[in-house]
Design a protein around this ligand. Structure first.
Ligand code: ATP
Length: 266
């Protein structure tokens, strides 16, 4: 198991946003966290990296590789973010500082994590760009010179630069057209195979859940109402809310909603 949440509750002042959430993610799996807007998916995922604003209080345990992240200092967390845990967000524009080139972003990330050799940093940055299908010319480009899909590729290059154990992808295709979104997820799936990292994938889109997820948790009003394997959740949902969500966005195509074969049937 790579990530485990034990009775995690999150408040902002008097408001309880997350209520007693338990879940665990196994090493190497693609774990989808699904739920309608405002259910608390982003707040929960940001709590993992201690990225919540100061007015939020987190209770419970968040164990990454058996280490309780809630007990770590901001300095210790900075080391973990990037090296062990990294994020890709829906708002890819926000990942980049407008007046710095893509290459400078890639280099800064390495510098912060102790790679002090200028030449090595440049070689690694260019390799990272190639690995997400961007050629060397993008090294000197500014963020505004890239399309949304290209920028999201660059965010993946940055997020995977130090081969993290856990990558949190928070609605990373929402701001892209469907073809670019599809390409980004294919790229992520390919990179996951290469690096062997675990993915916590936050989404509204059942097509993506069906195609990529191994296991799924369903969130409603700050509570996980149901979780399980893809086949179990998509083809045999138990909770009324899960059924409602699945039926609200039917998946086109023949056979089971999970895309798998029912056991015992040809
Ligand atoms: N900075 C904040 N301060 C106080 N409350 C917040 C803050 N950000 C989000 N919330 C509240 O926390 C709850 C959960 O929000 P969150 O963004 O986690 O939902 P979500 O499931 O990720 O939604 P979406 O799919 O639209 O991104 C909502 O009620 C929201 O209003």
């Amino acid at each position: 198991m790579i990530l485990s949440m034990e009775q995690v509750s999150i408040r902002s002042g008097e408001k309880k946003i997350i209520d007693n959430v338990p879940f665990s993610i196994d090493k190497g799996e693609w774990f989808a966290l699904v739920g309608q807007s405002g259910s608390g998916k982003s707040i929960l995922s940001r709590a993992i990296g201690q990225l919540l604003p100061k007015n939020f209080q987190v209770e419970g345990k968040i164990l990454l590789n058996e280490e309780d992240l809630c007990s770590l200092s901001p300095k210790q967390m900075r080391t973990i973010r990037g090296q062990t845990l990294s994020y890709i967000f829906q708002d890819y524009q926000g990942t980049f500082t407008p007046f710095r080139t893509i290459g400078q972003h890639l280099e800064e990330y390495q510098k912060v994590h102790g790679n002090l050799d200028t030449r090595q940093r440049k070689i690694k940055s260019i390799e990272a760009l190639h690995s997400v299908g961007l050629d060397e010319a993008f090294y000197s480009s500014y963020p505004f010179q890239l399309s949304g899909g290209q920028l999201q590729r660059a965010s993946i290059a940055i997020a995977l630069l130090l081969s993290p154990d856990l990558l949190i992808a928070d609605e990373i295709t929402t701001a892209l057209d469907s073809v670019s979104g599809h390409r980004i997820l294919e790229l992520l799936a390919k990179k996951q195979k290469e690096i062997g990292c675990t993915i916590l994938f936050i989404t509204h889109d059942w097509r993506h859940v069906r195609r990529y997820a191994d296991r799924i948790a369903i969130m409603k009003d700050g509570v996980i109402v149901e979780s399980g394997g893809k086949h179990r959740i998509l083809d045999h949902p138990k909770h009324a809310y899960t059924k409602q969500l699945i039926h609200a966005t039917p998946i086109l195509g023949k056979g089971l909603l999970s895309g798998l074969q029912e056991v015992g049937k040809e």
